[in-house]
Design a protein around this ligand. Structure first.
Ligand code: NAP
Length: 297
């Protein structure tokens, strides 16, 4: 019998991911703190739960995609959390980006009730969530990964079992170091192109397929040129991830020279009230220093 699947957290990412589970034919139950955000999925055929505990009682596999470590704790272990409804043997797949240590602690608390846990954070942005092409980095036991695979395959294209509990989150932090470094390079390059007076559309077209190509360049470069700051991933969540990187780096003694600087640049944007804009608005921090605006006539 196919597992009944639950999805907790229907934000920018969760909505697309849950839609793909429904499209793949899973018997899906959903819950979101702001209930109205579940309406569209319920209209499309998902069942609605009134709490994570109620959802857990109706599902064998439960995916979760909320903001930060305390939020995952709340949804899984809190007063109306999954732990109060889940039967032993239930598998929880946390797809949020949280601290590796937090993931290990949550796994241990669930294990006391016989509930299995995988950390399976994702990359690929809102576009990847909507299209079902996410990259998924999984930490946990091989048997649980095998059980989760059909569910993960409905949401992602590249699924890698990277190691034990928490290791999925560590690899996700590696991913985030790469993302922000790429975005800084995109921002600096576009400011140079703007200052030099070359056509920005043609510049992007020329370089995107070469050695300098990257997901951030292909997907966020055009948004920067159009000055479209709608978020695929907000600056506030990006900063949450950089905090997780810097905390984890502190623990292992790895210097984070570029990442620490980028985090400070993002902080200037948060101070200016821009935390809800997309992470590609990093260019604005450089524009202010340079006195040059990308896309200006
Ligand atoms: P989002 O649009 O801000 O959605 C956040 C979701 O978490 C909402 O459903 C929100 O519920 C829920 N939530 C937050 N705190 C909660 C709490 N204490 N209790 C219950 N629900 C809570 O964020 P997102 O972009 O979908 O990101 C979700 C996760 O995926 C984050 O960990 C993020 O780092 C990660 N991620 C995002 C991207 C991306 O490109 N966006 C890419 C990879 C990974 P409400 O609707 O009630 O506010």
């Amino acid at each position: 019998m196919t597992d009944r699947v639950g999805f907790l957290g229907l934000g920018i990412m969760g909505r697309g991911m849950a839609s793909n589970l429904l499209r793949a034919g899973f018997d899906l139950t959903v819950w979101n703190r702001t209930a109205a955000r579940a309406d569209e999925l319920v209209a499309a055929g998902a069942r609605r739960a009134d709490s994570p505990a109620e959802l857990a009682a109706a599902c064998e596999v439960i995916c979760c995609c909320v903001s930060d470590t305390p939020d995952v704790r709340e949804v899984l272990l809190g007063e109306r959390g999954v732990i109060h409804g889940a039967a032993p043997g239930t598998l929880v797949i946390d797809m949020s980006t949280i601290s590796p240590q937090g993931a290990r602690e949550i796994a241990a608390a669930l294990a006391e009730r016989g509930v299995r846990f995988l950390d399976a954070p994702v990359s690929g942005g809102s576009e990847g969530a909507a299209k079902g092409t996410l990259t998924i980095m999984v930490g946990g036991d091989a048997d649980d990964v095998a059980r989760a695979t059909p569910v993960l395959q409905a949401m992602g294209k590249t699924i890698t079992h990277v190691g034990g509990t928490g290791d999925g989150q560590t690899v996700k932090l590696v991913n985030q170091i790469l993302v922000v470094g790429n975005m800084l390079a995109v921002a600096e390059a576009l400011i140079f192109a703007q200052a030099s007076g070359v056509d920005l559309e043609k510049t992007l077209h020329a370089v995107v397929g070469g050695a300098a190509g990257s997901w951030m360049l292909s997907n966020r470069g055009p948004q920067v040129i159009r000055r479209d700051w709608r978020p695929g991933f907000t600056i506030d969540l990006q900063q949450k991830d950089l905090r997780l990187v810097l905390e984890a780096a502190e623990q292992v003694g790895a210097p984070m020279i570029a990442t620490a600087m980028i985090s400070q640049l993002y902080r200037t944007l948060q101070s200016a009230g821009l935390g809800a804009e997309g992470n590609h608005a990093l260019v604005k921090a450089l524009e202010r220093l340079a006195g040059i605006e990308v896309g200006a006539a």
